[in-house]
Design a protein. Sequence first.
Length: 378
Amino acid sequence: MPKNETDPLRKWMKEKGVWQLDLSKLLENENVTTFKSFQQLEPKKVSQLIENAKKTGFMHSAKLKELHGGFPKKKKKAKPAANKTVEKKEKPKDPETLKREARPGLEAYMRQQKIWQIDLFDLMTDKYEIYSPEQFDEYRTDPDWVDEFLTDAKHCGVMGNQAVTLAALCGKKKKANKKKPKKVAQPSEAQPIQKDHEEMKIEARPVLEKFLRDNNIWQIDLFDMMVDKYQIYTVDDFMEYKDDEDWVDEFLLEAKHVGVMGQKVKHLEKLCGRRKTVNSGNKKKKAPPKASNEPPKEKKLSPEEIESKARSKMEPFMSKNGFWNKDLFLILLQWDVYQPSDLKDLSKQDRKEVLHEAKQKGLMGQKMKSFKGHLSGL
């Protein structure tokens, strides 16, 4: 049998969930082989080993301290003396009950601190068994725990402005240019009732819709995603989020998933700082000057007239080549394809996105094959 499978040090570290190769080498240098010999180390020595192991990526400092048993426990509070006259003890509550009872208090606290997110709430209650703001205040005094907690929070989707706020709350960073005035205690006055998500969404609609329309990207699905997924209720919220490059990458991808495409994608990329300019997409050539002194003004076509005119040219062409499909035709309209010759103007990336949208709309089989073949031949 290989040595590493019978090594007692490796065995108990894996069983306890604290295995790390560099940490095991540090323990071997201290002549630690068994779990008991580890517990016999001085707490000061254990802290020194943890600091050295953290430099190479060790992430279980709090758990290792708990296993050692020589560090003060911060979670448990002293229980009042039991009444000897009472024979029956209350049945301890299960985690689901504790979580359900903790939701109102913790949600109000997290919304007040601007860090509310259901996944973060689940992380705090399910993994760390934090059921009150007071418990959270106790935990965040441990720097090792804070490092582990912020990493877990990032993995469960806390990012952008929320991540900065959470780090500041845990004492890791200071918020820039956001000094809050000191609040004067007024015990006689009740705190105002906080608005729920649906109310905030209704109030955010006029401001965000105007902002999105001014930037040529209004779409109800995009608005729903911004408010429901990212809790963006104001233009200022959006401007803070878009400073995070990683968030912008995720946001643009999500926008395409909810149906933002064509020129709207380009305008959205410009708003997020990923594109300097957006071409108008108007491919009509300027008419040469006419000899007549009073040239007739061209009538501006309505969207319905544009669609009808384009269909009269595209449907016979698409039918002849074996890929007529109304949904595909409407998708091509969004990419400024009004006649067969416009297909040549689609870039490689444009064609890829058109094919993706057509597939989502149900274009498949021989029609999809014919359409792909036509594009590749251009």
